[in-house]
Design a protein around this ligand. Sequence first.
Ligand code: GBH
Length: 451
Amino acid sequence: MSAPIRFPSDFLWGCATSAYQIEGSPLADGAGPSIWHRFTRTPGLTRDGENGDIASDHYRRYKDDVALMRRLGLNSYRFSIAWARVLPEGKGRVNPAGLAFYDRLVDELLAAGIAPNVTLYHWDLPAALDDRGGWLTPDIADWFADYAQVVYRKLDDRVKMWATLNEPWVVTDGGYLHGALAPGHKNFYEAPLASHHLMRAHGKAVQAYRAEGKHKIGLVVNIEPKYPASQSPEDLAATQRADAYMNRQYLDPALLGSYPPELKDIFGEAWPDWPAEDFALIKQPLDFIGLNYYTRNVTRHDEANWPLRASGVKQAGATYSETGWEVYAQGLTDTLAWIRDRYGNPEIYVTENGSAFYDPPVAEDGAIDDPLRVSYLKKHLRAVHAAIEAGCNLRGYYAWSLLDNFEWSLGYSKRFGIVHVDYATQQRTIKASGKLYAEVIASHGAVLDGQ
Ligand code: GBH
């Protein structure tokens, strides 16, 4: 018999979103274009040429959306700021009207008793900075810190949780190595540069925060535990490479001050010898780690999958979501325990967790039954509770996502929301998963007992 499920009374219960995925109105009120604005205007790069011009229209409906959060009982909300709304050219001139949107959002949240948790970068680089080299140029660390400082000065009186980057692995792997995400490069030699400058930018933005800010700042990473497909030396080595590439590439320099040695093995001559002083910049004391967890990976050696020479093995009998990711809640407990042990039990939040499944249309009585997402959510919340029981310093959980939204190159074809969005009318409908989440929050988890 496991212990009854009761989450701490000060546990943060939230939902997460990101600017380009929900806001719409990307050029409103003097905002500059981002790399996603451009990417979606290049034919063939997103499904059906879909873009974030309207998305979930949150830029105009944010008050309704905060009311929705209140109905769900959230006490925190994680969102990101669009850099190019604040600085249309990415640096230099501030656009007060862009900053004012986030100012209003923060006030609306606080009036509803919801603590804002702000991410400074969720993939929407100002296009003007991409023109100057984007994440490939060392200058970007200063550009990012300058932007961050503008935002801290405006919002740190009310925002108590900040994150620098969302998922630097995805920025590099999707944006610079395989090209599925903006800016769409496929360049082996660029990937290590982008990674390194992301981490330098993270370090500078944390330094800037220590000079300005009074609260907490952290880094958000995506982690997928890598389990070997067999005990063969080849599969074990492939598993280590996959783990180094996705899971240790960012946390190790940020928290331990060095890169995993496997990266040299993966990137060969494309992996530079980094200046030693960069690591002092990258390794800044952090107040928390944000963990985005979706799935695991069972890994085998695969010479054909360049440059990692490793690939995932599908598991018989497992459930796969509509994005093809295995549902594996134990991996969340395992990942939290791994971070606890490897990095000295830092304060941690699950900053994203969720799933895309086919949703039926809204029923006549207004209900949306999404049993697979309900099951995913229950299993992962139990996994989170198990990690707390196992001594992880875990303080909050954010479901991805509040709303159905623009799923990057997959357009609107994948729905991750616990609230359904009818894109023709922008009407919001709380799905069964959203109702379940509200019950979990209201009962401090007790509703999960015995299920
Ligand atoms: C998040 O990243 C993003 O932060 C968010 O913007 C996005 O909408 C959300 O996920 C949903 O996609 O194919 O089995 O090898 C997710 C990071 C990294 C998770 C790649 C899935 C591949 C699993 N993803 N990973 S698999």
